[in-house]
Design a protein around this ligand. Structure first.
Ligand code: GAL
Ligand code: MG
Length: 974
């Protein structure tokens, strides 16, 4: 047995031990003036915590996970399942343990000061030795731990710091979140010093009426406080007053002992600019702790946002306004470092979200780096701050296990203590997917007493009854509730709490169908206030294909536009040789692993548009759809797009309307008599530089249809060369390498696979349809071909009438789906073209990918894109790159040769380099081999995407009906 007490006591098997020697959490930022200890540390990975440390050192970068830095302990992805079978509180005997060691020169000028070590985050148990002396223990992989080293190190001398990180523990059972398992020190390490007399904590409360209250806790490193200390404060030129009444009461009831000092400062700040996510106004506060002689012993600089959160009835109010929560769930993730996220990366995450209309974040499922909250304060986000508790696999056993009570309270209370001064944090969350038990109520009790200024939520409690007043959730915060259920609840008369889904619209692969339906309901139903999309990231780790190793930091720059460079791929579950894993379920975000936005982001941006446009045939109206801001920060221009006449532009002035108001504006164009279908788009951009967007950044593109299309009439030509159809009834055309045939299948999306549709389609045989020609009838100028496609649910009759028309051929098609084929992927034609036709120009929705139930973000207009850029590289290849509402298109070569297709009605069109079968056969993007020509789908019906990988499927209106489908199109050579 080890003689080291930190090892001998086996704290990794004792849930009761949440820490030892650790300082209480507080909200005083000590980063300025600290000695950073990030960089290379000596390192060795032991097979178990008890294994002897040897002389065989390698090195690791701190902060960083060893799982992506060259060790043999690689990342593993599991969702619910624990990666090993031991029951809580046990952990496996084989337990990778990283020993990090380095020397630290403690500055001589720190003589006489209190010296503190801070380890930003270590998973899952941290053991600290300094100069060989056992110094501390900490658990919670997503919160910092501080240790007072004043008695262990000597200023002016060199100290040896050893941080031992045990990967698996009793605490792993509380950290069973759905993401990669890693090991290591994932946030920064530093050393700082304070005067022995110091601010132990500062709590700020600032209301939008300018009321400011600052509570200070004062301690001395030696225990006993010297007499005569006092605090002062200053904010934007206002001096804060020490609250004498508070001091008197404290003295009277002996709440202040001689080792804990408490003081309260107050002020009423006039004409305060309140903080909201739209107007993230921050003030610098300075708090000084003075010795009796007036000299300053310690200073804190919290930034203050004046705002108030409350629940009134069933509304969550920020500064009295019922705000919509346009949220996303964000994990700490990076494709190279796994879990370690730099300040710049965190900022880039938030900037991306801001640019796509998000105003809220749930820190799924643990407290994020404190810098993320600083950025949320600055850029303007509402944050649901979530504690690091998810016991998913053993939720029920743990929720009431008294051995874990301390851990629950520890995790929740430390988060609150750390983050309470951030205006961005508007709600505390007790954690995720951990059932509901006494341990939650214990933690909830702590929060409610300590911070009555914010509501509390917990999905596991809320699901016992959305309106139940007895459960530990002030918000009804379900996950993946069908929108109809939410509406029904809001209309039931039973609703007592705001309904804000903590997770909805699962973004796995090509997904987020019906997002607009959610928002139509939210914006029209009092009681519904929004939700948090699951999730921000596709957690693909950049992996070298040759040796299967994570690329690590050497992979910087080896990806672009959502795609990994040659020889690399985005790894998901199972790719590191794990036998227990949950595959591509980890790739379920609205951005790719390199933060490239997926098409759904444009859908979201439009749903969240701060400016809306309405046209009722007479008046054209612009409305301000924000909660607080005017439109003065935005600029705009008009675009009139005519189906038969190109695009006209004109400058636009935005009316001076307050939040929630609207104004009629003059029609910017006289609509030409001809020109066909006409759409008016307002292109809205930032008028000035914003913290999250330079001037001119597109914010939204609301649009209205001014005139509908006239029906397309194309006169058949009975003269000229006959349509060429071969003996199999297949159209012969010089630009087509495969003639148009019927298609009923798409490469299954993740939703199709997990939702069970794909299995049904395969069982029916839709993935390999057999075509049998039944009849070929030739007449002057036209040929009729009847074919039958066999499926296990009955045959599909497909008729094509090919008619010679001016400059090309017209194809009229009919497909009859038998009753058994009641939910197919698509009904339409598919054909393939010769190589060289590399640019698609279309009139329809675009420019980005859109599908029938995810098309609101794509304005109708004239669009153009290289074929290679139409495809969206979802991590697990699947149906991708579709464009909704396409009226016509051309596919052309650089010399302008090619062909044009005119559709009878707006249709779903897909032009790619891949057959559906190519996509379905590949597991990762790097396996795909683009075909030289194009594969073209024209669909009369295309199934919605839904979100069935986790949550509701598409709406019934977006399923492909059985019975007769008719469509027609004309193909003309350019
Ligand atoms: C939720 C869970 C998330 C994630 C999601 C599916 O149930 O809270 O952590 O697992 O489902 O991607
Ligand atoms: Mg889970």
């Amino acid at each position: 047995m080890s003689r080291d007490p930190l090892i001998a006591l086996r704290p990794w098997e004792s849930p009761e031990v949440t820490s030892w020697g650790r300082l209480p959490m507080n909200a005083v930022d000590r980063r300025t003036g600290a000695l950073p200890l990030d960089g290379e540390w000596r390192f060795q990975l032991l097979p178990t915590p008890g294994s002897p440390v040897t002389e065989a050192w390698s090195s690791q970068h701190v902060p960083g996970a060893w799982t992506v830095q060259g060790t043999d302990d690689l990342p593993q992805y599991t969702n619910v399942t624990m990666p090993w079978g031991e029951f809580p509180p046990a952990s496996p005997a084989a337990n990778p343990t990283g020993v990090y060691e380095r020397e630290v020169d403690v500055p001589a000028e720190w003589a006489g000061r209190r010296v503190v070590l801070r380890v930003g985050a270590a998973e899952s148990v941290l053991l600290v030795h300094v100069n060989g002396r056992p110094t501390g223990i900490s658990k919670d992989s997503h919160l910092a731990a501080e240790f007072d080293l004043s008695d262990v190190v000597r200023p002016g001398e060199r100290a040896t710091v050893r941080l031992t990180v045990v990967k698996w523990s009793d605490a792993s059972h509380l950290e069973d979140q759905d993401h990669w398992w890693h090991g290591g020190i994932t946030r920064s390490v530093l050393l700082y010093a304070t005067d022995p007399l110091h601010l132990a904590d500062v709590t700020v409360r600032a209301r939008p009426d300018g009321g400011l209250r600052v509570d200070c806790r004062v301690r001395h490193a030696m225990g006993r406080l010297p007499g005569g200390w006092y605090v002062t404060g200053e904010l934007a030129g206002h001096l804060l007053a020490q609250d004498a009444e508070f001091d008197r009461l404290n003295a009277q009831d002996e709440r202040v002992s001689d080792f804990l000092g408490e003081a309260r400062l107050t002020a009423l700040v006039r004409e305060v600019r309140p903080w909201t996510a739209e107007t993230p106004e921050l003030y610098e506060l300075t708090v000084r702790l003075h010795r009796a002689d007036g000299s300053v012993a310690d200073t804190a600089h919290p930034r203050v946002g004046f705002r108030q959160v409350e629940i009134r009835g069933r509304d969550l109010l920020v500064n009295g306004e019922r705000v919509y929560i346009r949220g996303v769930n964000r994990h700490d993730f990076h494709p190279l470092t796994g879990r370690t996220v730099s300040y710049d990366d965190m900022r880039a995450d938030l900037v991306t979200l801001k640019r796509f209309g998000f105003n809220a974040i749930r820190t799924a499922h643990y407290p994020n780096d404190p810098a993320l909250l600083d950025l949320a304060d600055e850029l303007g986000f509402y944050v649901v701050d979530e504690a690091d508790i998810e016991s998913h696999d053993h939720a029920h056993e743990i929720a009431d296990d008294p051995r874990y009570t301390a851990a629950f309270v520890d995790r929740v209370s430390r988060m609150v203590l750390r983050d309470k001064n951030h205006p961005s944090v508007i709600v505390w969350s007790l954690g995720n997917e951990s059932d509901y038990g006494a341990n939650h109520d214990a933690a909830a009790g702590w929060v409610r007493r300590h911070d009555p200024t914010r509501p509390l939520q917990y999905e596991g409690a809320a699901k016992l009854g959305w309106a139940d007043p007895t459960v530990a959730s002030d918000i009804a915060c379900p996950m993946y509730a069908p929108v109809e259920d939410c509406v029904a609840h809001a209309l039931s008369g039973e609703q007592t709490k705001p309904l804000i889904q903590c997770e909805y619209s699962h973004a796995m692969g090509n997904s987020n169908g019906t997002l607009a339906d959610h928002w139509a309901a939210i914006e029209s139903t009092p009681g519904l206030q929004g939700g948090f999309i699951w999730e921000f990231w596709d957690h693909g780790i950049l992996q070298r294909v040759n040796d299967g190793r994570p690329a690590g930091r050497a992979g910087a720059g080896l990806y672009d536009n959502g795609v990994a460079a040659q020889g690399h791929r985005w790894a998901y579950g199972g790719d590191f040789g794990e036998t227990v894993h949950d595959g591509a379920f980890i790739a379920d975000g609205v951005v790719f692993p390199d933060r490239t936005p997926k098409p759904v982001m444009y859908e979201h941006r439009e749903i969240a548009a701060p400016v809306r446009l309405a046209y009722d045939g007479g008046d054209l109206r612009i409305s301000n759809h924000q909660h607080f801001r005017g439109l003065e920060w935005l600029a705009a221009s008009w675009e009139l797009s005519l189906a038969e006449g190109g695009t006209l532009t004109a400058p636009a002035g935005l009316p001076d309307v307050r939040a929630g108001e609207s104004a009629v504006v003059p029609m910017p164009f006289a609509l030409p008599e001809d020109g066909g279908e006409a759409w008016l788009t307002l292109r809205v951009t930032t008028a000035d530089d914003e913290a999250w967007a330079p001037r001119g950044t597109e914010v939204c593109v609301p649009r209205v249809r001014l005139r509908a299309a006239a029906p397309v009439a194309s006169a058949p030509l009975t003269t000229g060369a006959p349509v060429q159809v071969d003996e199999d009834g297949l159209l012969v055309h010089p630009l087509l390498t495969a003639a148009p045939v019927l298609s009923l299948w798409r490469a299954p999306t993740d939703n199709d696979e997990i939702g069970g549709m794909a299995a049904r389609w395969r069982a029916w045989g839709l993935d390999a349809l057999e075509r049998k020609v039944v009849d070929v009838r030739r007449a002057a100028g036209s040929v009729t071909v009847v074919a039958e496609y066999g499926t296990m649910a009955g045959a599909v009759r497909h008729e094509q009438v090919f008619t010679r028309v001016e400059g090309g051929v017209r194809v009229e098609e009919t497909a009859e789906l038998p009753a058994g084929l009641d939910d197919v992927a698509r009904v339409g034609s598919v054909f393939e073209t010769v190589a060289g036709l590399d640019v698609l120009e279309w009139y329809g929705q675009g420019p980005w990918e859109s599908y029938p139930d995810r098309s609101g973000g794509a304005p109708v207009g004239h669009h153009s894109r290289p074929v290679d850029e139409l495809f969206t590289p979802y991590l697990r290849p699947q149906e991708s790159g579709g464009r909704h509402g396409v009226r016509r298109f051309t596919l052309s070569a650089p010399d302008a040769t090619g062909f044009a297709v005119e559709l009878d009605e707006p249709r779903q069109v897909n032009v790619t380099r891949y057959r559906a079968a190519d996509l379905a056969a590949a597991t990762h993007h790097d396996e795909l081999v683009p075909r030289p020509g194009c594969v073209v789908h024209l669909d009369v019906a295309h199934r919605g995407l839904g979100t069935a990988s986790c949550g509701p499927d598409t709406s019934p209106g977006h399923l492909v009906p059985t019975g007769t489908h008719r469509w027609s199109w004309t193909l003309r050579v350019l």
